[in-house]
Write a protein that binds this ligand. Structure first.
Ligand code: SAH
Length: 226
């Protein structure tokens, strides 16, 4: 990672980098919560690979202090699809997958053994909340590519999908889209939806542990094999 990103006092997503303006909530966060001064360097990004260093004025204005840096897209995109789990674990999972560099996170719709189901009319609102979690996690981890969070989708609509299963093949860089099942696991029919099964190790993991392990292993394969 570029040291300017790593060392910035805060990292913020903007609508457009050519016309840098902080949103009200971000301005509040930087000035009131983090109490940044006018000389604390921040980094700002459009979430699509473009970023620069800047200073934030007391009124929330953004003063660029570098040229715009254009970061290349990752060598290949990594996608994890997961089933809803109980409580705040979906938020927690999204946060961790974002920190670990996953590019696209898909929330799966109803599966045979789903324990948690979203009412259709609340799905979009719930997804918006998850997108906010991803944005905050991307700020914290200094990402310049904002992950896409989508849902609710069926297994059959996802291209080149592998299914996470302890009986699967050892994971490699060719596994770029992986689905994690619900606590009760995928049914045999659901397992056949993908192009193959992929293992994350010998032990049977909880769904959220499996999702996080998948993110670590897939990112590591991308670093090593890319
Ligand atoms: N109740 C199920 C376990 C489900 S665990 C059972 O006893 O078999 C939830 C999901 O995590 C699984 O559907 C699978 O997709 C994933 N998972 C758990 N451990 C895994 C492993 N070692 N390798 C790959 N996927 C795993």
């Amino acid at each position: 990672m570029n040291p300017a990103l790593r060392d910035s006092a805060a990292h913020v997503f903007l609508e457009a980098i050519d016309n840098p303006v902080l949103g009200d909530e971000d301005a509040h966060h930087l000035l009131r919560v983090l109490r940044l001064g006018e000389s604390d360097p921040v980094t700002v990004t459009d979430g699509a690979g473009r970023w620069m260093t800047a200073l934030v004025g007391k009124d929330g204005s953004v003063e660029p202090t570098s040229e715009v840096v254009v970061e290349a897209a990752p060598k290949w995109r990594l996608t994890i699809a997961f089933s809803l789990v109980k409580g705040d674990r979906p938020e927690w999972t999204i946060q961790k997958l974002t920190e670990l560099g996953i590019d696209e996170i898909i929330v799966l719709g109803d599966l045979e053994r789903s324990v948690v189901r979203w009412e259709t009319k609340r799905a979009e609102k719930n997804l918006q909340r998850l997108r906010l979690v991803a944005r905050e996690a991307a700020m914290q981890s200094r990402r310049v590519w904002l992950p896409i969070v989508s849902g609710l989708r069926d297994l059959a609509t996802i291209d080149d999908l592998y299914i996470a299963d302890p009986a699967g093949a050892q994971i490699s860089g060719s596994h770029r889209t992986l689905a994690i099942g619900p606590e009760g696991g995928f049914t045999d029919i659901e397992k056949k939806t993908g192009v193959g099964l992929v293992s994350l190790g010998d032990n049977v993991l909880r769904a959220e542990t499996a999702a996080i392990s998948a993110a670590v292993l897939m990112s590591s394969c991308r670093t090593k094999e890319g």
